[in-house]
Write a protein that binds this ligand. Structure first.
Ligand SMILES: [Zn+2]
Length: 243
C-alpha cells in the first residue's frame, strides 16, 4: 500500500473521517480494485509478470477493518487471476456482505483486446468470481479505465453477460484513458438494445476542467476523498487500489 494511504488509514485521521461520514455524507460509493500490483508493474518494467507477491490478503484486510469501523460495505472490483491466487480473500469478502465485481481476468486494458478476446477474458473472470462469491458479478471496471470512445463496443458484451453497471469511464483527458466531456455523474447507456448504468470515476470540477480524484495513481486521491465527502451532492464513485 502506498505510504500516503497508510497515513490516510491511521487512527487519528480515521476519527476525523468517521465524523465526516456520520455528519455530512448522504451517499458514497466506495470501490476498491483488488489486484496484485507488483507482478503487473514488473510486466511493464521487465516484460513479464512475476509470481503473486503475497501482499493482497493483508492489504484487503486493512481496508476491511476501516469499513467495519464505519459500519460500511464496499464494492471490490477483483481481477480474476488475483482471485484465483487468493480465493479465501474473495470468499470472506462476499461472506461479510461486500460486493464482488469484475476487474477482468488478466488486467489487460480493453483497447489491447479484440472484442472476442475481451469477451473471453470477461467470461473467465465471470466464472472465477461467480464460483468464489456464490453469485455472478453485476458490476465491471475495465483495467486502467480503458473503456473509451474507441472501445465503446465493450458495453454490448457487458450487457450480454448480464452486467447492470460499469465504472470504467474517467471523464478526463489522459494519454491512456478517459473521455473528456463525459458526464461526471451516473447515467444510463444503451447497448445492444439493453440499458447499463455508467458510474464514472470521481472528478472535481475546477475552472472548467475535470480533475481526477479517483484512481490509485492520482495524487489527488486522498484529498479527493475529503472533497467528495464534504462538497458533492450527488452520488459519485471513488476507488482506491491497494498497492
Ligand atoms: Zn486495476
Amino acid at each position: 500500500m502506498r505510504a500516503d494511504l497508510v497515513h490516510y488509514f491511521s487512527d487519528r485521521r480515521l476519527a476525523v473521517r468517521t465524523r465526516l461520514w456520520r455528519n455530512s455524507v448522504k451517499l458514497m460509493l466506495l470501490t476498491f480494485d483488488v489486484e496484485d500490483w507488483h507482478p503487473l508493474a514488473d510486466e511493464w518494467v521487465y516484460g513479464f509478470r512475476t509470481t503473486p507477491s503475497g501482499r493482497v490478503p493483508l492489504q484487503v484486510d486493512q481496508i476491511r477493518r476501516v469499513l467495519d469501523s464505519l459500519g460500511a460495505r464496499g464494492t471490490f472490483f477483483c481481477v480474476g487471476s488475483t482471485a484465483e491466487a487468493y480465493p479465501s480473500v474473495i470468499r470472506s469478502l462476499a461472506a461479510d456482505g461486500h460486493e464482488i465485481a469484475s476487474h477482468g481476468y488478466s488486467h489487460t486494458p480493453v483497447y489491447a483486446f479484440s472484442p472476442s478476446q475481451f469477451e473471453a477474458d470477461l467470461k473467465r473472470a465471470h466464472e472465477v468470481l461467480s464460483d468464489l462469491s456464490g453469485r455472478p458479478p453485476i458490476g465491471f471496471r475495465a483495467p486502467q479505465f480503458s473503456i473509451t470512445s474507441a472501445t465503446w463496443w465493450a458495453f454490448a458484451i457487458l450487457v450480454k453477460w448480464g452486467y447492470l453497471y460499469d465504472s470504467s469511464i474517467f471523464p478526463i483527458r489522459h494519454r491512456r484513458y478517459g473521455i473528456p466531456g463525459f458526464d461526471r455523474y451516473p447515467k444510463y447507456i444503451q447497448a445492444a438494445g439493453r440499458t447499463i448504468v455508467e458510474l464514472p470515476l470521481a472528478t472535481a470540477g475546477f475552472c472548467g476542467v475535470n480533475l481526477p480524484i479517483a484512481g490509485g495513481t492520482h495524487r489527488l486521491t486522498v484529498q479527493g476523498l475529503d472533497t467528495a465527502g464534504v462538497f458533492f451532492k450527488k452520488p459519485i464513485s471513488i476507488n482506491v487500489s491497494p498497492h
